[in-house]
Design a protein around this ligand. Structure first.
Ligand SMILES: Cc1ncc(COP(=O)(O)O)c(C=O)c1O
Length: 353
């Protein structure tokens, strides 16, 4: 095993080398009925099941920065009220005994399930006004904040840095070692760091398609910078709908149905939007006959807790089954009804359901 691979295994806290050598169990092939209009074959890469804590792509994004952190360091980062990034950071810091502070934009929901989970992992929450939060990319502001909050390391919102892109190239190894040979890999795009890593880490025959979940003019240029001369290997689709952070009945119905048939729980902000788009004629019309399409499940399941009311409003029994499965899947982060605070003994990795 190469030094690089060993490093990635170590950093990601996998059940060590075995899982890196054979990641086949993390690919779930989908039935043709999801996309009857196409002869393409669809499969899902289950990164939500891959690492302890079910944190999906964030394990790869945060690998390098956490590898360099030492006890005594204190990490500062930024996020919205439902930030998957902060959640992954809190979880990984908890595992490693590293202090961390999450700067959270005020005004949306506070005291939600995700934030309670951050606190259970020992992250210090620092709420700032929307105006102040807008200054998060200002270097002077960040230095002052680091000073004020006694932090030694800072990570930008979303964790998208050059080392994060390098970490996400590890997803290419995971795909290669699964034995599944996709022609196309499709994944959600926020900042594009994960996608750039996948482009850099996969074989040259693989096309990588990103579905932006957010309208951001900088994303294309960012990816270009991160992937260098691998320009022919990737493309972005139109932004997913409905818009960022929004859901509609169609999307939630799809998620409930998808879980009922496959046992896979999607998230409403990233993965469900990508999956519905990929099964639509708009996407499949451009596919060659019998293309093998690998959809990357990037995690983010806690985001579902922000839409409990909307799921219940579907008034279908499978929605309750979905929510029950969600709660069990996330029970290492969000206590089941009647359970007390986390004591660390619940931090178990979930295998594919
Ligand atoms: C569940 C999920 N999917 C996809 C992404 C998008 O990642 P990126 O910002 O690297 O494009 C994120 C953010 O990290 C995420 O939380």
């Amino acid at each position: 095993m190469s030094v690089y691979k060993r490093e990635v295994c170590r950093i990601l806290n996998l059940r060590m080398f075995d899982e890196m050598k054979n990641t086949a169990r993390y690919v779930t092939r989908l039935d043709k009925t999801w996309c009857p209009q196409s002869h393409a074959e669809f499969a899902v890469l289950r990164t939500e099941c891959f690492t302890a804590g079910n944190i999906g792509n964030k394990a790869f994004k945060l690998a390098a920065v956490l590898e360099n952190a030492r006890p005594g360091d204190r990490i500062l980062s930024f996020g919205g009220a439902w930030s998957n990034h902060l959640h992954a950071l809190a979880f990984l810091c908890y595992q490693r005994g590293i202090d961390c502070v999450g700067v959270i934009r005020e005004g949306e929901s506070t005291d939600n399930q995700l934030q309670r989970s951050l606190m259970r992992y020992g992250m210090q929450l620092h709420f700032v006004s929307r105006d102040e939060y807008r200054r998060r990319d200002n270097a002077n502001y960040r230095i002052a904040l680091m000073h004020r909050l006694n932090c030694t390391i800072q990570i930008p919102e979303g964790g998208s840095t050059v080392p994060a892109v390098a970490g996400c190239a590890g997803l290419g190894t995971v795909i290669r070692n699964s034995g599944y040979r996709p022609d196309i890999v499709v994944l959600p795009v926020g900042t594009g760091a994960t996608m750039a890593g996948v482009v850099n880490g996969t074989d040259s025959a693989v096309q990588v398609v990103g579905v932006p979940v957010i309208r951001d003019d900088k994303v294309h240029a960012n990816i270009e910078t991160w992937v260098g001369d691998r320009r022919q290997r990737w493309s972005l689709t139109r932004p997913a709908s409905p818009g960022y952070g929004k859901v509609n009945t169609h999307l939630l119905q799809f998620m409930v149905e998808f879980h009922r048939v496959t046992g896979i729980i999607l998230d409403p902000i990233y993965t469900a939007k990508v999956f519905t788009y990929c099964f639509s004629p708009e996407f499949t019309a451009g596919l060659s006959q019998r293309a093998r399409v690998l959809l990357v499940h990037t995690g983010g399941l806690l985001g579902n807790f922000g839409f409990l009311r909307q799921f219940r409003a579907l008034s279908r029994p499978d929605a309750e089954v979905f929510l029950d499965a969600l709660q069990r899947f996330c029970s290492c982060h969000v206590p089941l009804d009647g359970e007390g605070a986390a004591d660390g003994t619940k931090l178990a990795s979930r295998g594919p359901v």
